[in-house]
Each structure stands twice: as C-alpha cells, then as structure tokens.
Design a protein around this ligand. Sequence first.
Ligand SMILES: Cc1cc2nc3c(=O)[nH]c(=O)nc-3n(C[C@H](O)[C@H](O)[C@H](O)COP(=O)(O)OP(=O)(O)OC[C@H]3O[C@@H](n4cnc5c(N)ncnc54)[C@H](O)[C@@H]3O)c2cc1C
Length: 471
Amino acid sequence: MSAITSIVWFRRDLRLSDHEALLAAAAEGPVLPLFILDPVTDAALSGAQRLRLKASLIVLAADLKAAGSRLILRRGEALATLLTLIAESGARAVRWTRLTDGPSIARDTRVKAALKAQGVTAESHGGLTLLDPWRLKTGAGAPYRVFTPFLRALTQETVAAPLPRVRLAAPEGGIASEDIERWRLDAPMGPAAPALADRFRPGEAAARDRLDEWLDGPAARYPEDRDRLDRPEAGTGLSDHLALGEISPRTIWAALDRAGGAAGPEAVRRQLVWRDFAHSLLFHDPEMERENWRREWAAFPWRGENDDAERWRRGETGVDVIDAAMRELWATGRMHNRARMLVASYLTKHLLTHWRIGAEWFRETLIDWDPANNAMGWQWVAGSGPDAAPFFRIFNPETQAGRFDPDGAYRDHWLTGAGAETFRAMSPKDWRKAAHDERPAPMIGLKAGRERALEAWARMREKTGAVSAEG
Ligand SMILES: Cc1cc2nc3c(=O)[nH]c(=O)nc-3n(C[C@H](O)[C@H](O)[C@H](O)COP(=O)(O)OP(=O)(O)OC[C@H]3O[C@@H](n4cnc5c(N)ncnc54)[C@H](O)[C@@H]3O)c2cc1C
C-alpha cells in the first residue's frame, strides 16, 4: 500500500500519547501536525486560556520536533486553511479528535462534508472522554440525565487502555508555519500575564509528572482533604492539562487502576466520570452552555448584568470566603472545587444573578476552562441543571468556610497575606478596592439573601407548576 500524507488537526488534544487520530495517520504515512486558530476556537478562548494555550502549543511544538516532526500553526477559517494546506502538501486525509461543544460540532460537520466532497478522507476519532459521549444509554435508549446511573453504567464498561506514543515521519518539503508570538495570545491578560504563566507547568510530560507526584503523595489523603480549601494540593491539579488534552482521561484512568482500588484514586475516578457525564450532557444538548438545561428555568427571575456581579468578579462582596476565592481565581487561573460551588451559589442565589454571567467570568479567567464542566458545574449549583442540588439547599458561605477552612488559612492568605499581595500586583488599575485591604460591607445579609432567593424560587414554581423532583 502506498503511503498517504495526512493532516492531524490538533485542538483540545495537545499530546502525542493515547492519540487515536495521530496513531491512525502515522500508520498510513507522513503526518502534518496542524493547529488552526480559527474563528470558532478564537471565539471560545478566554484571556487566561489563551495564555495557557500558547504555553501548551510551544511545548507540543518542541515534543513534535523531538519526535522528528514539526507543528504547523495557521490562522484562518478552518476549512479554507485545511484546503490550502492540502494543496501545499498533497495530503489526502485529515484526522482529528472529536469535541462535544455545539460550535465545534457544527464546524467539524461542515468541514467533514466539504472535505469528503473533494475526495479527501476526513475522519474524527475518540479520546476526549473515557467513552464516546453517545455510548451510554438508559434501558429506554435515551442519554442519561442523572449522574448515579451514568456512573453505574460506565463502571460496567471497559475503558480502553491508552494507546502508545506515536513515531512520526515528517512530510517532505518546507511547509510554512506562522509565528506564535504574532498571535499575541498573552495580550488579553496584560501585565498579569507573566505572573499567571508562572502558575502552571504546560505540556504532556508535566501532566504525567503531576499525576505521578499525586499518586505518590496526596492521593492517600484525597478523600479527607479534597474539600479543604486550605489544602489545595489534595486535588490532582490535572484539570488544566485535561482541558487542553495534554493528558488523556484514559491515561489517568489506567494509572488510577494500577493503584488497586485505594480510596483516593477511586474517588478521582469518580471525578473523571463526572467529566464524562458533563461531556455527554453537552453533546446531547449543545445549547447547554447558554440555555437552562431544564428549560422551564427560563421563568426564574435571575438578574442580568448588575453592580453586585461586578463586585463579585473583583472579590469585593464583603463575604470573606467568596472574596478570597475570587482573588484566587484572578491571581492563579484556578479555583478550588468547593470554592467554585460557594461562589456560584452566592452569585446565583444570594445575589440572584444569572448563572450565565458567572459561567462567562469563569470562561474568561480559568486556565482549566472546559465548556462541558463549566456549563454543568454552574447549572448544577444554580438549580437549572441535571441532577442539580435542590434549589432550597443554599450554601451559607460562612458555615462552609468554618468547615472547610477551619483555621482561616485560605481566607487569610488571599485577604491579608501573600496571596493578597499577589492579587494586588496583578489587578487591573480600576479595581479600586484591590489597592488596599479595607474590607467592604456585604451587599446583602446572608439570611436576607437566602430568603430573597427562596421567594424567587417559590414565584417561579407558582408560574410553572412543580418544576422537578428536586426543585
Ligand atoms: C461552578 C463550577 C464551574 C466549574 N468549571 C470547570 C471548568 O471550567 N473546567 C474544569 O475542568 N472543571 C470545572 N469544574 C469542576 C471542578 O471544580 C474542577 O474540575 C476541579 O476543581 C479541578 O481540580 P483538580 O484537577 O484537582 O480535580 P480532581 O478532584 O483531582 O479531579 C480530577 C479531574 O476530574 C474532573 N473533575 C473534577 N471535578 C469535576 C466536576 N465536578 N465536574 C466535572 N469534572 C470534574 C476534572 O477534569 C479534574 O481535573 C467546575 C465546578 C463548578 C462547581
């Protein structure tokens, strides 16, 4: 069989191991690894993730070079860019890893049809999730809408073992690549960019190192410590790597498997199933990033953009744990999972502000932003999502802080300690209060905010009838 040159179109799969598309392409002949900054990718990228992506692409380019290949960077509309590269290289196939968000699916469907119409092989592959998002179905043949049965079903399946690292043959001839510096991916973060870039270690090797470090140490304490705000090292910290596909979920799954049923690794396996669940939900409801998953929640009287939301973004609500968490987010591009739940609850319930506004701010600031996890996380907390926390279970941020930050170390760090210094240095000039440590008075009392939220919920229930079992 004669060799076929293939383009492998990298997106959220910036790795060389366990990469179905790359392996399939390499089996047929020379491979042209390509990343396109196309309008769909560009529109989804936040300030913090642009920076994170840049770092990841630089490492991927180095990894490919070490493997005897070269990453091609191009900017432009996806199909037009692919067709240009096909003309330049004589490639006869294009392969990529499937995504689950609506805009990417719509783009990829168009691209696939157009390439096939031109006689080019166009094939998408799995690998974003443990199982393809359509694989698990209820007895009635429908997608799962509740996590626990989804978990049960997934654990009855075999998750494929990760695929080996690919050996690559570079195509002949010089194919031009753009200079990543000209994409100005760090520009939106302005002067905060260098400090933020110091907070993460990009790339596949760094992801594997982190996984090993975690298994050797914090894994043992994960079940007890994962909710502790003052013990951030308890989590695997793999979310930014997973969000860009620097490590595959199957690789993590297999490593956890080798831990032989120990409690920490088993608990993280459950988190990976939450991730699969989120991607399955988004795949089946592409509107979920913008619309209430339970559509009847359109009747809920959430507020749109408002001054309280702006104070929330800047960490100036006057509620210590909320402000600490919002500062952590800005200064590190991460936030502890428990803190994410608290700030999301505070915004959507105490401040009665639409979850979309919070989700958008997370998209703007998180280095681990993931369209599925973020949409599900926000809607789960807000009450409009699948398997949601019942609306009436409104987190009291002070009680929660007492439980999960018992000595106040997390709050002290971000409000008065070294974290506060970092935050101050990284804050935009117009974040007035960030310039000093004077704590603002809360915008609304915790009890009054809770009652206002419950009244709004009762009004919605009157309007729409019983909304759901959970509310
Ligand atoms: C409002 C809200 C928004 C969120 N937005 C995002 C987001 O944009 N990107 C993101 O990756 N996670 C998001 N999460 C989920 C979770 O907070 C992070 O995945 C977690 O904090 C990452 O830390 P870790 O890597 O140490 O996680 P670990 O506890 O070590 O878990 C391992 C992996 O499992 C996945 N995971 C863990 N928790 C969840 C969860 N609840 N739902 C889905 N997947 C999960 C992540 O990929 C994570 O890296 C959000 C949660 C909430 C409540």
